[in-house]
Design a protein. Structure first.
Length: 333
């Protein structure tokens, strides 16, 4: 009897050992899998983070009309999803006006813009056929460009060319930004010679190689390059094509960014890829000296902007943001 009891104890002891051993193995295996998963996740997210930064750099470089990024940081972080955010401002003749931020979501599986603020914008069309484009996030008015080469199709809704600069004559003690569409593309030197000295050039519009897209087709996707704080562009060669080496207001950086966008991104409207269309333009105009621009964004005092529609080389004007002149901040122009 004693022997049977001892034998039962031995069996129970061995069972406990097996249970403990099995549990230990499970714990170690689970921890090892968690560690491997965490490591793989971290490496994958680091790779996607670099892609998100490149997307943000491309956006800042080629499709941010008078939009200046002052920061780039992670606003949301997680194991498999995060968000890169950039606070942005507009330079309105020396006044920095807050604009909608750039937000780019990324995960282990890819990179993409955040939801509404980076999506196509609402475009109310009035009975008079004047149009206005507004940010979905904060309601800011966006300056629009018009292509004089565009041939309207039979099914396309007619859009009236705007001449909003002249309406600023009634807005006193303010500075504003205005998009100018030229009747004919002009070189950088021609723009400097024609534009009045009392206006600041903020952005140069590349225009479209295709004449098939209307102003409403390209809202939020116009391609061009921001000027420096004095309204000028640089023409300094690049050592590498990495987005970290791009310099704002530098035309070679802009050309490289367009080429990168055409290779890695896509945005089709009516069968036309916006980035590949821009690629045709920079291949035609590889240097700042040869480049021609279809329009610009300028800013200045409203009384100086109001007379722009009288200039013979201007096809259309469209107003963006404005700011009240304060006694302690002198406009640049």
């Amino acid at each position: 009897m004693k022997m049977n009891e001892d034998f039962d104890k031995i069996i129970k002891k061995e069972k406990r050992k097996k249970i403990v051993k099995t549990f230990a193995i499970s714990v170690v295996t689970t921890l090892a899998l968690l560690f491997i998963g965490y490591t793989v996740s971290n490496r994958g997210m680091a790779l996607q983070y670099e892609k998100a930064k490149e997307m943000a750099n491309i956006t800042d470089m080629i499709e941010s009309p008078n939009l200046i990024s002052r920061s780039q940081y992670l606003s949301k972080t997680g194991w498999v999803t995060s968000q890169l955010k950039s606070d942005r401002f507009k330079n309105i003749d020396g006044y920095l006006v807050a604009a909608a931020p750039l937000e780019i979501n990324f995960s282990l599986f890819g990179v993409g813009y955040a939801s509404d603020q980076n999506s196509p914008l609402t475009v109310p069309i009035t009975k008079t056929k004047d149009i206005g484009a507004f940010s979905r996030e904060n309601g800011e008015k966006l300056p629009l460009f018009f292509d004089p080469k565009h041939k309207q199709s039979e099914t396309e809704q007619e859009v009236k060319t705007t001449h909003e600069a002249r309406t600023l004559s009634g807005l006193k003690n303010h500075v504003a930004e205005v998009a100018i569409s030229f009747k004919e593309p002009m070189t950088y030197a021609e723009i400097q010679a024609k534009l009045p000295d009392n206006l600041l050039i903020n952005w140069y519009w590349l225009g479209m190689a295709s004449d098939q897209l209307s102003v409403t087709d390209t809202i939020g996707k116009v391609i061009g390059i921001n000027a420096d704080e004095t309204g000028k562009l640089k023409d300094e060669s690049l050592e590498t094509s990495s987005s970290s080496s791009w310099s704002s207001a530098n035309y070679p950086s802009f050309v490289t960014a367009v080429k990168t966008a055409a290779e890695k991104r896509g945005y089709n409207v009516a069968g036309i890829d916006i980035y590949k269309d821009a690629l045709k333009q920079v291949e035609k105009y590889p240097t700042l000296k040869t480049a021609k621009f279809a329009g610009i964004i300028v800013s200045g005092r409203t009384e100086n902007l109001a007379i722009l529609d009288d200039e013979p080389y201007i096809f259309a004007t469209n107003v963006g943001l404005q700011a009240e002149i304060l006694p302690y901040i002198e406009p640049m122009k």
